[in-house]
Design a protein around this ligand. Structure first.
Ligand code: NDP
Length: 445
């Protein structure tokens, strides 16, 4: 048994039941084999053994009162995975499926993703099994205040800077920030994704979707093509999906699907113009379900289905982990899909990734393709430190340049380490090397 297999087995035994964490560790470890062979010093300093163990993790009680005076108790999490290259940075997820295994997979991925951005950010992630869906604004506020009542002691602008993720958007960041400011009596850049009037950055809401589209554009360019007249299937209908559709529309592609946890809409004419505006208002203002889009514009709605049966040139999964399994991947390949840009975190299973790579699909793994969100959070932190606000154009240009760099660094690392064209290997190796060197330089900690 190789050292890597033995380490993976140890991770599974030491972290029982944390299926998603095991999956992300497996993907990373397998793709680091060529890098470890070339760097015996990393073996000697047990970099891999250290990197799979979070530096610190917290779980805490979050009690809150609903509008009827009834008390509920949720569980809060923050995993501070690795701070070798900067303060911990990573989002908060509020979703009923959240447990330690999900937060750890997201935190582990974040270590490499943040390194890839070229900005000085370590990796962390947090969240709760609280479900904001169907709750009133006041209930969400009371929950966020209770959550921050504990979280505040573990975070800070030079320590750990959380942001949004599933279920945590501008509204939740506002309530969390207000509570932090009140407790600490400090106005600092302790969270990103803030409102523009109180320290936020232009383009932060758009950044993950725009960034994933820029990354996918680079993959298409490498194949000698672009978005023009391509058919794109998008899953999800939240933050990432919304701005993916907007940017793809600008680049001349046609997005034909959107989804939520209840089903998928299929609009063969494209989600554009008045229909796009309706979609944004539906999700951002009314917080409605995607089914209403199908009812309003009389297009197909597939209850309990994901979009992967719809014929497309490019797939941009933007909902959640493991939403593309092997049979979905095979369907996409059989239907002629040439590129997959992962907007969500770990949306493809390991088997699905193998099918894409085998078939020669240009595959942009999440930690590279969706790094635009955290990169722009890094830009928000810079602006907060400078006490300045950059223009929309300036932030967008920086985001674009970062995404092009991430593509090139991943492509070059894949080539250098003997897996030409495999951006999974490339992104993992490029992200890992910087963190590993920093850990070596800073001693055994
Ligand atoms: P939102 O909460 O804004 O939207 C999530 C969307 O995905 C909703 O349409 C939701 O449907 C759907 N969804 C969530 N869970 C499930 C599920 N279990 N099954 C089916 N559909 C589901 O989240 P974001 O758009 O911010 O995040 C989407 C993905 O992108 C996540 O994987 C996240 O980690 C990743 N990401 C986000 C970043 C950001 O900046 N926001 C940065 C990098 C990655 P429903 O409303 O029915 O729950």
């Amino acid at each position: 048994m190789s050292n890597i297999d033995a380490l993976y087995d140890k991770v599974v035994i030491k972290n029982p039941g944390e299926r998603e964490f095991h999956q992300s560790v497996k993907e990373v470890l397998d793709s680091l084999i060529p890098a470890m062979d070339r760097h015996p010093e990393f073996k000697k300093f047990k970099i891999l053994e250290r990197i799979v163990e979070p530096e610190r993790q917290f779980m805490f009680r979050v009690p809150w009162m609903d509008d009827n005076g009834e008390i509920h108790v949720n569980r809060g999490f923050r995993v501070q995975f690795n701070s070798a290259i900067g303060p911990y940075k990573g989002g908060l997820r509020f979703h009923p499926s959240v447990y330690l295994g999900i937060i750890k997979f997201l935190g582990f991925e974040q270590v490499f993703k943040n390194s890839l951005t070229g900005l000085p950010m370590g990796g962390g992630k947090g969240g709760s099994d609280f479900d904001p869906k169907g709750k009133s604004d006041n209930e969400v506020m009371r929950f966020c205040q209770s959550f921050m009542q504990e979280l505040y002691r573990h975070i800070g602008p030079d320590t750990d800077v959380p942001a949004g993720d599933i279920g945590v958007g501008g509204r939740e960041i506002g309530y969390l920030y207000g509570q932090y400011r009140k407790i600490r009596n400090e106005f600092t850049g302790v969270l990103t994704g803030k409102g523009l009037e109180w320290g936020g950055s232009l383009i932060r809401p758009e950044a993950t979707g725009y960034g994933c589209t820029y990354f996918t554009q680079e993959m298409l360019k490498a194949r000698g093509t672009d978005f023009k007249d391509k058919i794109i299937t998008v899953s999800g209908s939240g933050n990432v999906a919304q701005y993916t559709v907007e940017k793809v529309n600008q680049l001349g592609g046609k997005c034909v699907t959107l989804s939520d946890s209840a089903g998928t809409i299929y609009d063969p004419d494209g989600i554009t113009g008045e229909k796009f505006d309706f979609f944004i208002e539906l999700k951002q203002v009314r917080r409605g379900r995607i089914k209403e889009y199908a009812e309003k514009f009389n297009v197909d709605y597939y209850p309990n289905k994901r979009p992967w049966e719809v014929k497309c040139d490019i797939a941009m999964p933007s909902a959640t982990q493991n939403e593309i399994n092997a049979s979905d991947a095979q369907k996409l390949v059989d239907n002629g899909c040439i590129a997959v840009g992962e907007g969500a975190n770990m949306p493809s299973t390991l088997e699905a990734i193998d099918i894409f790579l085998e078939a020669g699909v240009s595959f942009g793994p999440a930690k590279a393709a969706n790094a635009g969100g955290v990169a722009t959070s890094g830009l928000e932190m810079s602006q907060n430190s400078l006490r300045l606000a950059w223009t929309r154009e300036e932030v967008d240009q920086r985001l674009h340049a970062i995404m092009v760099n991430i593509f090139q660094a991943s492509r070059d690392a894949a080539e250098k380490y003997g897996s030409s064209g495999n951006l999974v290997v490339g992104a993992n190796v490029a992200g890992f090397l910087k963190v590993a060197r920093a850990m070596m330089a800073q001693g055994v900690l």
